[in-house]
Design a protein around this ligand. Structure first.
Ligand code: ADP
Ligand code: MG
Length: 250
């Protein structure tokens, strides 16, 4: 059966050892080709959700399907379909940028496909002669672009980006946003990204889910949300949804 749903998250709950609630009954769907943003403050459950979708963490309750495959029961199939940019890409300090690209893409591709993907990643990373230097000398922004280059060039149908621009300067953030938009449009790639930057999400995402304390408190396109909450921007939407909740719970 053909489906237009890329990611199907149903009643997803994660309780960490020790009883901390990571996410609490999340349900949302992402369509094929869509850029979906999970927006929320630190600790709201963005990374937990993305790691479960990427098969790196198991849910306590509920389920996630990626192009129809269950992330627990069919984890191997799911991993073939997605690429994941972690919040902190740490290791590999002794590799050069180019070796990193070859290593990451070589896990999945071979032959001409691999050569083309390597060329593409080099051009996305745009690191000039630094690509031949060890990663330990790279700035945070250079590392993020390098990691993003392999994710975008991998040919994956689903790309998961955890805070792709957090802590980067404005120029690099803008470049990363336009690369994500360009690749999603050009290749029909589905993107799920997390951010606590409301303007970024408003600019980049077709739809947004606002997370707060592990729960989805609002969802829609940026323009729908602004109309619904009579807000000028997503920041106001956020304050109105979350402000309402804290009044209710106090
Ligand atoms: N490995 C872990 N063990 C225990 N608690 C965790 C772990 N990872 C995250 N948490 C908790 O789960 C909640 C959601 O965290 P996280 O998903 O990292 O949020 P975000 O990415 O939105 O900042 C937070 O309360 C956090 O402290
Ligand atoms: Mg996080």
């Amino acid at each position: 059966m053909r489906t237009s749903v890329a990611v199907d998250v149903t009643d997803l709950t994660k309780v960490y050892p020790g009883g901390v609630l990571g996410v609490d009954g999340l349900t949302f769907r992402v369509s094929i080709g869509e850029i979906y943003g999970l927006l929320g403050p630190n600790g709201s459950g963005k990374t937990t959700t993305l790691r479960i979708i990427a098969t790196l963490l198991k849910p306590t309750k509920g389920s996630v399907k990626v192009f129809g495959y269950d992330t627990v029961l069919n984890a191997v199939e799911v991993r073939k379909l997605l690429s994941y940019l972690p919040e902190e890409a740490g290791a590999y300090r002794d590799l050069t940028g180019l070796d990193f690209i070859k290593f990451m893409l070589g896990v999945r591709l071979k032959g001409r496909e691999l050569d083309e993907a390597i060329e593409e990643a080099i051009s996305i990373a745009d690191l000039g002669s630094d690509i031949k230097r060890p990663i330990r000398g790279y700035s945070k922004g250079m590392k993020r672009l390098l990691a993003l280059s392999t994710v975008l060039a991998s040919g994956s149908k689903l790309v998961i980006l955890d805070e792709p621009t957090a802590g980067l300067d404005v120029e690099r953030s803008i470049r990363i946003r336009s690369l994500v938009a360009e690749f999603s449009k050009k290749r029909g790639i589905t993107v799920i990204l997390s951010s606590h930057n409301m303007l970024e999400v408003e600019y980049l995402c077709d739809r947004v889910g606002i997370l707060y304390r592990g729960k989805l408190v609002a969802e829609g396109s940026p323009s729908e949300l602004k109309v619904k909450y009579s807000a000028r921007n997503l920041e106001e939407v956020f304050v109105k949804t979350v402000g309402g909740l804290s009044i209710v719970s106090s």
